[in-house]
Design a protein around this ligand. Structure first.
Ligand SMILES: [Fe+2]
Ligand SMILES: [Zn+2]
Length: 336
């Protein structure tokens, strides 16, 4: 019998530490490597002092080291103790989706040609596409639920390494919802749009809601995602500005071409490749809730880790999807 063990890559403890104040991603192996590699003359950012950055990196290192264990513990206490405001949200219903999206999904199951999906999607160039995904009514219920959870005393983890505010939907018990969404709705679409990044299957995900608000996070630095394919859906519309912009691909020479200006619309989702570099401009008023689904393909990432660019150095996790890498082993069953 084949047994799949989900894993992380060891680089999660050394790569892509984000220093928000300097909008800088760094690699931290140890103090002397870091001080040498990011000396003031090499980094060339005013006020940057590598020695002063070390405590922040070490704190993030500890968070990451414990992340999967802590996240699973939060999930267990939330499942047991959280009093759901809209319990119906935990199960996928076709009525939650925009009619255009349901048509796109059906068409995707019958074709392998991107051209035959183009009449459903708005094409933003560079294989970036948008379409209404959820109804405004569903978005409203979900934001109400998220605010209800935020107001509860239950434990909350940061959604990812770059956003300080938001909610990990796995911890809130939405993994079954997101798995159904991924396998029955999103994977057929992604298989046509990005067959090169779906591999054998989009077999895991990380899903979270990021919150941008005046006085908290208002923008997001330039980055790539720990995903093969990303879907980003705007859940509300009471904010101003905050467009997403795109550049080149991870690991490729930057050409300086930054494409600006995708403005979010309520319920509308934006599909892009995880390796497509992007950022979010500041919102100038209000608060914004965005649902982000990072879809991952173990058959793709087992060959090359998207975060360090090498063959992943795997560490199994006890529960959950880890970072979407897998080891498949043969379990020998014995009868006695
Ligand atoms: Fe992103
Ligand atoms: Zn890696």
């Amino acid at each position: 019998m084949l047994h799949t063990q989900f894993c992380t890559c060891r680089c999660s403890l050394t790569h892509n530490f984000f220093l928000k104040r300097f909008s800088l991603h760094v690699t931290y192996i140890n103090k002397s490597q870091f001080i040498q590699e990011y000396s003031k003359d090499k980094v060339n950012i005013p006020d940057f002092d590598p020695e002063r950055a070390i405590p922040e990196i070490e704190e993030e290192f500890q968070r990451r080291k414990q992340y999967h264990t802590d996240s699973w513990a939060r999930r267990e206490s939330i499942v047991n103790e959280y009093d759901r405001l809209h319990p119906q949200l935990w199960r996928v219903k076709p009525s939650y989706f925009a009619p255009e999206f349901l048509k796109l999904v059906e068409e995707s199951k019958n074709t392998s040609s991107v051209d035959s999906l183009k009449s459903f999607l708005t094409n933003h160039g560079d294989r970036i596409y948008s379409i209404p995904v959820f109804t405004p009514a569903f978005c409203k219920l979900l934001v109400e639920e998220l605010k209800h959870f935020e107001a509860s005393p239950l434990p909350k983890g940061r959604p990812n390494t770059m956003n300080s505010y938001g909610i990990n939907l796995g911890e809130l018990g939405f993994d079954d919802f997101i798995s159904t969404l991924r396998l029955e709705y999103l994977m057929p679409v992604a298989t046509v749009l990005y067959p090169d990044w779906v591999g054998d299957s989009l077999d895991s995900h990380k899903a979270f809601v990021v919150v941008y608000k005046e006085g908290q996070d208002v923008d997001l630095g330039y980055h790539y995602d720990n995903a093969e394919v990303t879907l980003n859906v705007a859940l509300n519309d009471n904010y101003s500005e905050g467009d997403i912009y795109f550049g080149g691909m991870r690991g490729e020479e930057e050409t300086g071409r930054v494409k600006g200006g995708y403005s979010h619309q309520l319920g509308r989702g934006l599909f892009h490749r995880g390796r497509h570099m992007h950022g979010a401009l500041p919102i100038t008023h209000g608060e914004r809730y965005n649902l982000i689904i990072w879809m991952r393909s173990s058959s793709v990432r087992n060959v090359e880790c998207p975060m360090c660019g090498d063959v992943p150095n795997l560490t199994p996790v006890e529960n959950g999807y880890g970072d979407g890498f897998t080891i498949v082993s043969t379990q020998v069953c014995t009868l006695s």
